[in-house]
Design a protein around this ligand. Structure first.
Ligand SMILES: [Cu+2]
Length: 387
């Protein structure tokens, strides 16, 4: 299968139009039907989640994704279609307990706090066309309803460093939360190891109805510059002007700036190591400027054992908006998750595994009365991966 956006290996392509390092494993079940090449893959986690402390909770749920793509040559280029679906809506509108996560809503009237929202059933329905200009350059367009604009790093479930971690990052709304947007058009230019692209998209986050296709609008803009200087490394900086992202704060716009680097390196003898460092800044207009930082790393050993860790820090205002004495304060919170997965059944295209993770937190003194002085959380999960 060719790359969707230019004359390079498809291993480089992440979610939306994002890039990963060229050393990324390209996994999937491939087919060929006349001029069409197809590929699909899937990952589902059955998770028992227990978040600690007074703000915690328990839940058993399924998350993950199914992704299918097809492409064919057209003129001097490649035409492609892609679909990605999530089982998340079946967990219910309020998502799952996740301490220090914030963003979106379950009922249209209150924020989801200390919970991760479910993703929409349709995460991506997109069409692409790229045209090669030379042996090392191309132009392309991408349109999605929904889709992912050129803003932020590759989404957490599509980058090697984070794809095996069954919980969402608490930095999601600082970095890659625009990955499901109802209405996106992106145009870009690839030259050698460089890519520059711009998107127009709908700024409003998906609403609490997770099964529908929402009305498209192109009221927000972003631009991203990506550079893969060596096969093991992909870097990006991006900027977005997001119109009225939050249903519950419709008069607030957001500027977002992100920078990230992903390093994926095959080590000796069937060992792969992948890490991502990312920074995101939300500039609320009107409102505060809030930074988020994330560092995550996964080590894949002999295709049977995966070890992972993710450390994050975010400047938060939403977590304590219902505590009158703290309302309006910007407080820094931190989280560290460490875990692993053992795949006890493996064939060429299928893996069945069991895993677990533990999370610890760094809380400012002001938040200890509401979160407890030292909450600890954990997840145990079974995983089915088709790739
Ligand atoms: Cu998301």
């Amino acid at each position: 299968m060719a790359a969707f956006f230019g004359p390079y290996s498809i291993a480089r392509e992440g979610s939306g139009t994002s890039w990963l390092p060229d050393t990324t494993p390209h996994e999937g079940i491939h087919g060929r039907y006349g001029e069409w090449s197809t590929m699909w893959h899937a990952l589902f986690n059955l998770v028992y989640d227990n978040q600690g402390g007074p703000r915690g909770g328990q839940k058993t749920f399924v998350n993950g994704m199914f992704m299918a793509m097809a492409q064919r040559p057209l003129g001097d280029g490649t035409f492609g279609v892609r679909a990605m679906l999530a089982p998340d809506p079946f967990m219910g509108a309020a998502g799952y307990p996740l301490l220090l996560a914030s963003g979106e809503t379950a009922n249209g009237t209150t924020h989801l706090i200390d919970r991760q929202h479910p993703h929409d059933l349709f995460m991506e329905l997109a069409a692409t066309y790229s045209r090669n200009l030379s042996a090392a350059s191309s132009v392309y367009v991408y349109a999605g309803l929904p889709g992912e604009p050129a803003l932020g790093p590759p989404t957490f479930m599509h980058r090697t460093s984070g794809a095996d971690i069954p919980e969402a990052p608490i930095t999601h709304h600082w970095l890659d939360s625009t990955h499901i947007t109802f209405g996106v058009v992106t145009a870009g230019l690839v030259v050698n190891q460089w890519k520059i692209e711009a998107s127009a998209f709908r700024g409003r986050e998906p609403d609490q109805n997770r099964y529908d296709i929402e009305a498209p609008k192109l009221d927000s803009f972003s631009a991203r510059f990506t550079w893969n200087p060596i096969p093991e490394l992909s870097t990006q900086i991006s900027w977005g002007r997001i119109h009225s992202p939050e249903q519950l704060a419709p008069l607030v716009d957001e500027d977002r700036i992100t920078a990230s680097a992903t390093y994926t390196r095959p080590l000796r003898d069937d060992v792969l190591w992948s890490s991502t460092a990312a920074w995101g800044r939300k500039i609320l207009r009107p409102g505060e400027t809030l930074d988020g930082y994330m560092l995550e790393s996964s080590l894949l050993l002999k295709k049977a054992l995966t070890l992972f860790a993710r450390a994050e820090r975010v400047a938060e205002t939403e977590l304590h908006e219902d505590v009158p004495a703290l309302s309006g304060r910007v407080l820094m919170v931190g989280k560290l998750s460490v875990g692993g997965i053992y795949d006890f059944y493996r064939t060429e295209h299928l893996k069945l595994g069991i895993g677990g993770l533990v999370s610890r937190y760094r809380l400012p003194d002001e938040l200890k009365p509401i979160y407890g002085t030292d909450p600890t959380s954990g997840m145990v999960f079974g995983r089915l991966k088709v790739m």
